[in-house]
Ligand binder design. Sequence first.
Ligand code: ADP
Ligand code: MG
Ligand code: MG
Length: 946
Amino acid sequence: MPTVLSPRTKKSVSKSKASASSKSVQRTYYFGKAKCEGDGTMRALLGGKGANLHAMVKMGLPVPPGFTITTEVCTEYYASGRKFPNGLIAEAERAVAMLEKETGKRFGDAKSPLLVSVRSGSRDSMPGMMDTILNLGLNDKTVEALTSATGNPRFAWDCYRRFIQMYGDVVMGVQKKHENDHEPFEEVMDGLKRETKIKEDTDLTVDHLKELVARYKLLIKKWTGREFPNEPMKQLEGAIGAVFGSWMNERAILYRQKYRIPDEWGTAVNVQAMVFGNMGDDSGTGVAFTRDPATGENVFYGEYLVNAQGEDVVAGVRTPKRVQEMAKDPIIGPAYKELEKVRATLEKRFGDVQDFEFTIERKKLYMLQTRNGKRTALAYVRIAHDMVKEGLMTPEHAIGSADPEAMNQLLQPVFDRTAYEKARKEGRLLTKGLAAGPGAATGIVVFSATKAEQLARHGKQVVLCRIETSPEDLRGMIAAEGILTTRGGVSSHAALVARQMGKVCVAGAGEIFIDYHKGTLTCGKVTLKEGDAISVNGTTGEVFAGAIGTADSELKQVLIAGTLKPKDSQVFRYYDFIMKLADTYRRLGIRTNADTPEQVRNAIAFGAEGIGLTRTEHMFFEGDRIDAMREMILARDEAGRRAALAKLLPYQRSDFEGIFRALEGKPACIRLLDPPLHEFLPHDDKAQQALAKKLKVPAVSIKKRVEELHEFNPMLGFRGCRLGIGYSEVTEMQARAIFEAAALVQKDGVKTKVEVMVPLVAFKRELDLQVQVIHRVAEEVMKATKQKIAYQVGTMIEIPRGALTANEIAHTAEFFSFGTNDLTQTALGMSRDDSGSFLPRYQELEIIRDNPFASIDVGGVGQLVRTACERGRATRPDIKLGICGEHGGDPASIAFFDEVGLAYVSCSPFRVPVARLAAARSAIKNGTSPALKGAKPAARAGAKAK
Ligand code: ADP
Ligand code: MG
Ligand code: MG
């Protein structure tokens, strides 16, 4: 990710290179009453936690004073081989002096010692990823001061021994060496408990704790050969180094990989005066959200503990109370009133829900942290809706901060909560596969598509369980509530269809063994037969034996089933508000990949503006059509093929008619036949014999033809436009079906916008030949029907040669649609269906970061897309550019397509909301939004050209 360097950052980098002293570089930023040098906009430099601490001070909120060491220092630290830059410690000493002055306490003072926390904090929060050190400044002298300040020697000595333990571990590296070792400090503690026959930590006396402190120090000496530093400034130096060091610990590195946080960002260090929530019943600590992060409801949501320090609340040692109960507390009740005020102030200032930490020391409230709260999709739409309406959140932030992927959560049927808990308790969880189609489904086990259809027709809910699925299973997949496969990945046929249809699907559950012959499904000791109940959760990948009740999502009830009125669904109203808002920002058009009128209607309900891809081959599998299709394939000559095609024509025509009617004038991009022919033929003897009987031909001739059609590499074989060139009568029939259907619906006053797409073009001449046929048929149909049909002809760019020669192809093509599935396969020379065996290892080794079939490979495939766009536009400036691969529904890929200036993305119907939101978010980020001033004029023109 390119990070924009601010002018001051640039300067500081060059300065620090130029001179070692580099006095003018400010490395620490003080926050307190004396002065507050930073503010909330300085996340990059001060980290998220630091910037917001400064912001809260500026707001006048009660924050213990302190200072932030910048993220740049972290970068310098690593650049110089883990050494502090010159002058850092002197600067820190000056900051500490200021802190001493403000607090009236001093480092190492016997009466009034300053204690601080040393906290990490990068630009994006990495919760719990790096270590925080509390109570720094304690030593043999200051522990006595803490004793008299609190009148509680046990508390003081417990703080001290915890500090030594933490410091010894995090800073001095006294850690277990092997996974099975005991923690060294724990061992010392256990030793003492054995000797004194004490069971619980809490029963240790002050003298025991003093003894423990002595033994801890000895342990440190033995392990490291170094003394535990008594001098607070030395302690601080060590702690700062440890925070920087923790930036490169395994946990932090893994976290950054997962959330794509660049290593270069570095972490800041916050040094802050300690406040004590554990000084007695007039003290406490807590964490809270300004609104409910699960439901989004505008209620104060949080927990606190009386007489406790920071981590205790989250650690779950004691059960915390709901924050509202604080109001009733006779001692700290007044602090609650203040907390309520803080809650409102924070939302107003930060324009979003805040997740914050507070501590009460002797009835006084202190704020220790605040950040934007993480939330569920439901909470997201509700909070964004409410806060925008309340004028608390800007619309740009509401859309710009969205997690588009999470919108899926709103569409999923869900397991009934109590039923789910019960199933877990009963141990019915069998295994976890790939979460391939979100949602929950329950039904009876069936192993074949036919059976699924049959039973579904009789009103049974079924889960289709297959080793793998193929296009032949489609009917069964439609009929089933859910799909379970034991093989195949996120882009397997089952997963693809599941997403397109919004079906619940768990794919590749490898621990399950399916035996079609016996009609059983086995996982470990459990065996299920056909007819037994099973439940799958495609959001988590969980597979359960037995039934678990489900409920349909409200959005589907409103938009698809029509069983719920919009006004009766709160969720829908929130969702609708956000989607309409998103539409005002996005530049990209959103289309859908749909093969049936029903899919088209669903997609439009979700906001699709047309079809980006209709795959015509799916249409040949239904009912009798497959017979006519097979007859066509098996025909020996053109006459035979034409006869069979004549039977297919009315089917195709009525399919397109239905689609055009459902579209009501929106554009339809229809792809001509693409897959290799053998995919339509039966492969086992029994099915071949049945077909032979039906077609009244000898079974051997069918077998022979199947063998003839066999290919070693079907993906690279006789498919795509190669079929239409080999058998132009197929193209002819399809074109006729398309244009006749258009003429028919136009006669009824329904407009059409037809785009005929030729697949797999690598050479301009291929397209020329196909386009000749299409134009000829169009003329014929228009003449015969006396109708004018507006149509365009274009191609799918899905072969590198096609992308590279886009300037030539654009002479003929009026549009390009990037078929990024095949483009990825052909550019990487990597079969999507076979990549499962090595891709995980590739990702582990970071050869490839994301699955290139799920998120576009920007560096490689992306270059082909970019090149094809540039070259295509050079020839035909107004060429329409879109994408119809799986990547059209992937937020990261959508951001890329927005950036290269495509006119639209196309995705499966149920991903349309995800795509709308992703496109809007990307337009805000890229500055291409037509709604924002300063958007690039070129991008706006692109939007108009759509
Ligand atoms: P994390 O990022 O893991 O939450 P923090 O730096 O926020 O780590 O600190 C860990 C815990 O210590 C938090 O509960 C925080 O409130 C508490 N804490 C941090 N600094 C102080 C301080 N100066 N006084 C009291 N508690 C503190
Ligand atoms: Mg924290
Ligand atoms: Mg393709």
